[in-house]
Design a protein around this ligand. Structure first.
Ligand code: M6R
Length: 603
């Protein structure tokens, strides 16, 4: 998805902006551009393709101290230089970058065309600078013109405006992320914290429909009526190296190796052996929990797969019916939701458009809402009643790895927390001990990955790969399969093992690769039988299991024995690494797989 960076201060803005764009490359984009104020004029440099095309432009190194920059992921209009941001109005006085989608751009464009404005691009964005110009001609005041223009926009936006008429950058947002980083005699703006983490740890978060004027020494915030408002600074404790590759070839590999730390920090301060679990900012009482008759877990992609593991834990430990639904479905389905419903929204970025829309819907119907997210201050934290932060640190690679394991342990901890509230006593010491042991177990799995690399070499040319399991093993299969398809482009499906006979087994032929996952002794025999059935039809089986298995017909990956609720955290590690090495064998850019974006901020 698109990325935004803005800078004002005493340094050369172009180098800071380009560095910021490079830090946002992981989000996926197809063109890039920057606009700088130079001698009372706006200069624009943009190209189709990579940020390095902008960096290589020698003209850009001018002495400018105000600028805005953008990486574009095409929505309206194909990837091209003309459609790349920034966009200027017809007079060249107003330069804008924009993330999001302007749903009413068609009517605004027609209105402006009737007033004589001409358009050079196919984008929805180009209406914004022209609308600002239109109102500026009437009001002769940039702040008023900016506010009048943005208040007419429907859809979602994060907008930065520069103009030689102002000493600052105007910013506005609606349902699209934007942060303002505070510096000393300089300030930064970005769609994502990692873009400016190198310069500051102090951030302001705009609420929807607020605007701000970011100067070099002062930031002024306004509500939609243009009354000045105060905002608190939030300190983000991520350090800069957390957003670097740190010697690893790719962010994804670095993030896999960061999983022990991510799990440890997500548990820290919440779980202690021999004590009740503590979620200091949750204020849910026994009386409230007793009235809750169902729980929804709503999320997308990997976060939804973590939700499936959470469902198992919540149902097993609290006995409350728990339903998991993908956010894009949830928001359009009819649900019986009221104040007796608890809705948990899981999102690494905290900015996924569908998840946020689903949250608002559930909240408006009276549900108790909890957000589980990795990003402090993200939109989801501002919409939910309660927030649980996973402390995975910045996740840059498109394929989610460390966020998944931290979401899983956060959800399981939450289930134990609820059980202790319901039963009014400390319990499940053994499960807590095992949770605390998980970082060591992951460490051991990461110690020697030779076998996983070997498997990747053997199967990277496959066209179809299947993953099967039952119960939590099916949840693991789903996540393993998603990881493989998104970064290796190999077609892959996950099935509940018992479903094979109801159709999918027709796809099994000589040498088809099937991953079997078996971590639950109680139903192990059933899955073994299903694996035998695919072997009899010629499949090559790779088994991930924590049971003692000797079977010459299967390639066996041993993982440590843990309670079945926790099995996804260890079983996913080999599957993530195998997917990673398959993608490497195929020469794919694992951090930026085609067509995908790290955070999906449009519907
Ligand atoms: O930021 P979120 O957790 O809300 O993102 C949800 C999905 O878009 C995300 O998990 C996606 O499926 C990943 N690419 C999976 O690796």
């Amino acid at each position: 998805m698109c990325g935004i960076v803005g800078y004002i201060g005493n340094k050369n803005s172009s180098s800071i902006l380009i560095k910021g764009l490079e830090a946002l490359e992981y989000r996926g984009y197809d063109s890039a551009g920057i606009a700088l104020i130079d001698n009372d004029k706006i200069k624009v440099y943009k190209e189709k393709g990579r940020v390095k095309e902008i960096r290589n432009n020698n003209d850009i190194d001018i002495d400018s101290h105000i600028g805005i920059a953008h990486t574009r992921w095409a929505t309206h209009g194909m990837p091209s230089k003309e459609n790349a941001h920034p966009h200027l109005d017809n007079s060249g006085l107003f330069g804008v970058v924009h993330n999001g989608i302007i749903e009413n751009y068609g009517e605004l464009k027609e209105f402006l065309q009737n007033k004589g404005y001409e358009f050079k691009s196919e984008t929805d964005t180009e209406v914004i600078p022209n609308l600002i110009h239109y109102y500026y001609n009437i009001k002769k005041d940039v702040k008023e013109a900016f506010n009048m223009a943005v208040s007419e926009l429907k859809g979602s936006y994060a907008i930065l405006l520069i103009s030689p008429l102002i000493k600052g950058i105007y910013v506005a947002k609606l349902s699209s992320p934007l942060v303002i980083g505070k510096g000393c005699k300089e300030n930064f703006i970005a769609s994502d914290i990692p873009a400016i983490l190198e310069y500051t740890k102090e951030f302001y978060f705009l609420e929807d429909r607020e605007i701000a004027l970011v100067g070099d020494d002062k930031i002024t915030f306004y509500n939609s009526k243009l009354e000045e408002i105060n905002k608190d600074i939030k300190v983000i404790e991520w350090d800069k190296t957390a957003a670097d590759k740190n010697g690893y070839d790719d962010y994804m590999l670095k993030e896999i190796y960061d999983e022990p730390r991510a799990v440890k920090e997500t548990l820290a301060g919440r779980i202690r052996k021999d004590e009740k679990i503590n979620f200091p900012n949750l204020n849910i009482t026994k009386e409230q929990l007793n009235t809750i008759n169902k729980i929804y877990i709503v999320a997308c992609g990997t976060a939804m797969h973590a939700g499936l593991v959470g469902k198992k834990a919540l149902e097993e430990l609290t006995n409350i019916l728990t339903i998991v639904e993908v956010a894009s479905e949830f928001r359009y389905n009819k649900h019986i939701i009221d104040h007796n419903t608890l809705c948990i929204f899981v999102s690494q970025s905290g900015e996924t458009a569908d998840t946020i829309a689903a949250l608002k819907l559930a909240r408006d119907k009276g549900a108790i809402t909890i957000a589980i997210t990795n990003v402090i201050g993200s939109s989801i934290t501002r919409e939910a009643l309660y927030t649980i932060l996973t402390h995975a640190g910045p996740e840059i690679a498109v394929a989610s790895t460390k966020a998944y394991v931290s979401q899983v342990v956060a959800l399981i901890s939450l289930a134990i927390y609820f059980k202790e509230i319901i039963d009014d006593k400390k319990e499940l010491d053994n499960l807590k001990e095992q949770l605390l042991e998980l970082p060591n177990l992951i460490d051991k799995l990461l110690d020697d990955t030779t076998k996983y690399q070997q498997i990747a070499k053997e199967i990277y040319q496959e066209k179809d790969i299947f993953y099967i399991g039952r119960g939590n093993d099916y949840n693991i299969a789903l996540e393993g399969s998603l990881k493989l398809k998104e970064i290796s482009y190999i077609h892959s499906e996950a099935y509940p093992a018992g479903e094979l006979k109801h159709g999918p087994i027709a796809l099994i032929e000589e040498n088809t690769t099937v991953f079997g996952i078996i971590t639950n002794e109680d139903i192990a025999e059933k899955t073994f039988s299903n694996l035998q059935e695919v072997i009899s039809r010629g499949a090559k089986v790779i088994l991930v299991s924590n049971l003692e298995v000797t079977n010459k017909k299967m390639n066996i990956i041993n993982i440590p024995q843990v309670d079945n609720l926790l099995a996804p955290v260890v079983a996913i590690i080999p599957l993530q690494i195998i997917a990673y090495y398959i993608a490497k064998e195929k020469g794919i850019d694992v951090d930026k797989p085609r067509n995908l974006a790290k955070s999906v901020t449009v519907e």
